[in-house]
Ligand binder design. Structure first.
Ligand SMILES: [Zn+2]
Length: 592
């Protein structure tokens, strides 16, 4: 197996593979992109063709081509292996490499697949599904769409469904683990959570069925929840899933925008009418994971959510998160007559299409809806508008846009921009701490030295010829940090510098340090003369720190010698002190 992994790695270039998923830009000897694993506006996701690895300096994710595919597609190692083997033209010998948990997941996926087929069969072709089918057809959904979205009906009698699966040879424990089936505490009998509900298959973007959601039919007992979802299972995580993305991702890419709606029908109806760049978040707030998933395809969100969605805290957080991640956020307004996209498109498709052409930037939408709710005729109304709108505007990440909207708000209220900005200061917001900002604390001199040594090595690796530069640096300075010294001694054994060669020489616990240094070196864009100056400066800083540390130590010794009245020690210590002080004063004379 390992040899096949190696063979695949040899045949593939990580740059080509990652480029299939996100466009990489060449920067120096590396390639970079905005990280697909965390939200960011400037690229810190770095790929090294020489080392055949990737690393994100924002969130810290790193690895090889296998790790990338596993993380990006959320698949297991075996699936990544199969996909990459195909790409490399390598025929896999046998099905090793499948861990027990991967094998289980495959069984769960198979059960879900069988179940979706069964539910769809009952809905479309069985007398038991007649009432549900009538309901769906009455909502204007045709048979093709039913099949495309794998709509189904779970029979009221759970035993039918359970027997169907048991006859196929699946085990009860596996049925329970898929989340669809529960077990009664009284008599241990299995039941189908979705029984007597219309079912929707919840897929990942690779079209695998992870779970289901179920809607009650008209006439159901009022105490039943209108919609239920699969519980969180090994496969299904609500926060990662976007309903419809498996069918809409191509259209999202092409249209360069995505319409975000709440529920299943809000998606299915427009989709059937040709609006295909659409996903449903199954709620009113989206999660960071969902936004990250979308950011792979587009940076424009068109919110087709309930018209008072902006009122909730969760929505506020979603909007702030999307803005921070660099999304352009627009709102699809459907006037007062329609309660959701499903209703609007069924009543007047032309109106829906034309509203899609004139979406409103989110901040305008928030001002407008506050004005509508509170009115600008009274002081109280104005106050409520400010209270609602300012927290949003305060959080706009782009300063220019932010001050634009303060101006707009001032116009609407009939006030001056200055007084609105003054007012906004009362709504203090917690500062946004970005992932990449290190928490600053007072550093001890040894910590400072370690940091400077790291920077110095990075400078050395930023040179095309680190092997020539290194001895010149070492002539002036010896490194104190052990892991840096290990890198330096391995580097010195090389005849010609090749990162992959050095990497292979290093102990496994040291290798990540080198990879970090080497990838960070890309960020340094200095020509040879300025690099030399920078190196000289850092050497002096390190020396200065070391001298100051020595001076401190000597003065402590002097103090104790004085207390003990050790005259001879005192003289030699004072000499030593003066010599070190001299050296410190003479700094700035290093020349490479
Ligand atoms: Zn990242």
């Amino acid at each position: 197996m390992t040899s096949q992994v190696e063979e695949i790695k040899k045949k593939l270039d990580i740059i080509d593979v990652i480029n299939r998923y996100l466009p990489l830009k060449k920067r120096g000897r590396h390639h970079v992109a905005c990280c697909p694993f965390h939200g960011e506006k400037t690229p810190s996701f770095t790929v090294s063709p020489e080392l055949q690895i990737f690393k994100c300096f924002g969130c810290g994710k790193s690895g090889d081509v296998f790790t990338f595919l596993q993380e990006f597609e959320r698949i297991d190692f075996r699936e990544a292996l199969e996909e990459l083997a195909k790409l490399a033209g390598v025929k896999l010998e046998h099905s090793e490499g499948l861990t027990q948990s991967d094998a289980k997941k495959r069984v769960f996926l198979e059960i879900n697949h069988q179940l979706a087929r069964f539910y769809t069969y009952i809905l479309t072709s069985h007398p038991l599904g007649k009432k549900a089918l009538e309901y769906v057809l009455n909502r204007g959904i045709n048979l093709d769409t039913i099949k495309q979205f794998r709509l189904g009906y779970a029979p009221a009698n759970s035993q039918l469904t359970i027997n169907y699966l048991l006859k196929k040879g699946y085990q009860v424990s596996d049925l329970i683990a898929t989340g669809t089936f529960g077990q009664s505490q009284y008599n241990q009998r299995l039941y189908d959570r979705f029984s007597d509900r219309l079912t929707f298959a919840l897929c990942d973007f690779r079209d695998r069925i992870l779970g289901f959601s179920g809607r009650v039919l008209p006439g159901a007992k009022p105490e039943l929840a209108k919609y239920i979802n699969s519980p969180e299972t090994e496969l299904y995580h609500k926060s990662h899933t976007l309903f419809g993305l498996n069918l809409s991702r191509q259209a999202i890419k092409e249209k360069k925008s995505v319409i975000v709606v709440e529920g299943e029908f809000d998606l299915i109806s427009p989709y059937q009418s040709g609006v295909k760049n659409i996903v449903a978040i199954k709620g009113t707030a989206f999660t960071q994971d969902q936004l990250q998933l979308l950011s792979r395809y587009t940076d424009t969100l068109i919110l087709g959510l309930d018209s008072d969605f902006a009122g909730t805290n969760a929505a506020k957080k979603s909007i702030e998160m999307a803005d921070d991640m660099g999304f352009d956020i627009q709102v699809l307004t459907l006037g007062d007559q329609y309660k959701d996209p499903d209703e609007a498109i069924r009543a007047d498709a032309q109106f829906f299409y034309s509203q899609l052409e004139k979406t409103l930037p989110i901040w305008d939408f928030i001002i407008q809806s506050a004005v509508k709710s509170y009115g600008i005729d009274t002081i109280k109304g104005k106050k409520q508008i400010l209270q609602t709108v300012i927290p949003f505007i305060n959080k706009i990440s782009n300063q220019v846009i932010r001050s634009d909207y303060f101006q707009k708000l001032a116009q609407v209220i009939g006030s001056t921009t200055e007084s609105i900005i003054q007012e906004s200061k009362h709504y203090s917001t917690t500062p946004v701490v970005s992932l990449s900002t290190p928490i600053t604390k007072t550093e001890t001199p040894p910590q400072k030295i370690e940091k400077l040594e790291e920077y110095l090595l990075t400078l050395i690796f930023s040179s095309p010829k680190p092997l020539i530069l290194l001895p010149k640096v070492l002539a002036h300075l010896s490194f104190t940090t052990s892991r840096f010294n290990q890198i330096i001694s391995s580097l010195s054994t090389l005849k010609k510098f090749k990162p992959q060669k050095l990497s292979a020489l290093l102990a496994p616990e040291i290798e990540p340090t080198f990879i970090n240094l080497y990838l960070q070196a890309t960020e340094i864009k200095l020509e040879a003369p300025s690099r030399r100056l920078e190196i000289e400066k850092v050497i002096n800083q390190i020396k200065g720190l070391k001298y100051r540390q020595t001076l401190l130590e000597i003065s402590q010794k002097i103090a104790s010698a004085e207390t003990l009245n050790q005259q001879s020690d005192l003289t030699s210590l004072e000499n030593e002190y003066n010599q070190t002080l001299n050296l410190l004063q003479k700094l700035n004379q290093t020349k490479l």
